[in-house]
Design a protein. Structure first.
Ligand SMILES: NC(=O)c1ccc[n+]([C@@H]2O[C@H](COP(=O)([O-])OP(=O)(O)OC[C@H]3O[C@@H](n4cnc5c(N)ncnc54)[C@H](OP(=O)(O)O)[C@@H]3O)[C@@H](O)[C@H]2O)c1
Length: 263
């Protein structure tokens, strides 16, 4: 799998990561679902994993699934609360789940970002966080996201990019490139709404076997993107997704075809 630098942060990340929204909110009796997905993804070269306190039990389940692999993993998670006190409680739990270190701590949906960045910077300086980021899923919040990016206080952003959600191409991706920020793509498969997609025969000009791979390559074919984080409950899907993380990347004709096929 190809690796790309997380912007000016410089750390190299394999381009296909793993999201955990919905898929890893599992009770104890179903921990094996996450264990098998993480095992398959890591076997294929995935290292970036993404979670949030918003995702129910996902952070804890992910932490357990990473047992014995924490050193290889790049853990991205989030703080999601208007309250600094509650944010600190979320962070303490994360340190417990992820062996005392968060690789990328993101302010989820920009909630109370000025307040959170103050104490998160102190945690970074103390060595418990490596990099800081901010996320938003809605184009209505992109002006505010751009303001956060321009503060120089974050290293990476997480945003949606798929044939039905391309608003980041207007301002956010050019700004990320100008500022040297890493870009992590959420919802590469449109939360599953873009699947199952067209008849496999129509994928031939794209050189991929499945529509999910076409969508993953679509996002990764924008060179400003560092990594995508599709979520899955299936080890087979995790392998299929990881296999899309290698060149050749799509040019303008292939990208246009994916947009047409996505309808
Ligand atoms: N959605 C948001 O608003 C949001 C916001 C912030 C961050 N994020 C982060 O971004 C991650 C990814 O976004 P997402 O989970 O919303 O959506 P997504 O990754 O675009 O889609 C996930 C869905 O696609 C299916 N899928 C995955 N691989 C597949 C394959 N190869 N073939 C067929 N189906 C496949 C999964 O079902 P199966 O289990 O059947 O594979 C799941 O239902 C999240 O998990 C989270 O970490 C999301």
């Amino acid at each position: 799998m190809e690796s790309r630098a997380l912007g000016r942060a410089g750390v190299d990340l394999p381009v296909v990561g793993l999201g955990t929204w919905n898929t890893f909110d599992l009770d104890d009796s179903r921990q094996d679902v996450a264990d098998r997905v993480v095992e398959a993804a890591f076997e294929e070269g995935t290292r970036l994993v993404d979670s949030s306190p918003m995702y129910g039990r996902a952070e804890r389940v992910l932490g357990r699934a990473l047992a014995g692999r924490r050193g290889e993993a790049f853990v991205a998670t989030k703080i999601w609360t208007p309250s600094v006190a509650t944010g600190r409680v979320q962070f303490a739990a994360q340190l417990d789940f992820y062996d005392g270190l968060i690789d990328l701590e993101q302010v989820h949906n920009l909630v109370s970002w000025p307040e959170h960045l103050d104490w998160l910077e102190a945690e970074r300086d103390a060595g418990r966080i490596r990099f800081l980021g901010a996320t938003h899923y809605a184009s209505s919040a992109f002006d505010e996201l751009a303001r956060v990016m321009r503060t120089g206080r974050i290293d990476a952003i997480q945003i949606p990019l798929n044939p039905h959600e391309r608003e980041v191409e207007r301002e956010i991706l050019p700004l990320a490139e100008e500022l040297g920020l890493g870009v992590i793509v959420m919802r590469p498969l449109g939360e599953g709404s873009l699947l199952p997609g067209p008849d496999p025969g129509r994928l031939e000009p794209l050189g991929v076997e499945t529509w999910a791979q076409a969508l993953i390559k679509y996002a990764l074919s924008d060179p400003r993107v560092t990594a995508v984080i599709p979520a899955t409950t299936s080890p087979e899907h995790a392998r299929e997704n990881a296999a899309a993380g290698a060149p050749p990347w799509f040019g303008p004709d292939e990208r246009r075809l994916v947009e047409e096929l996505a309808g």
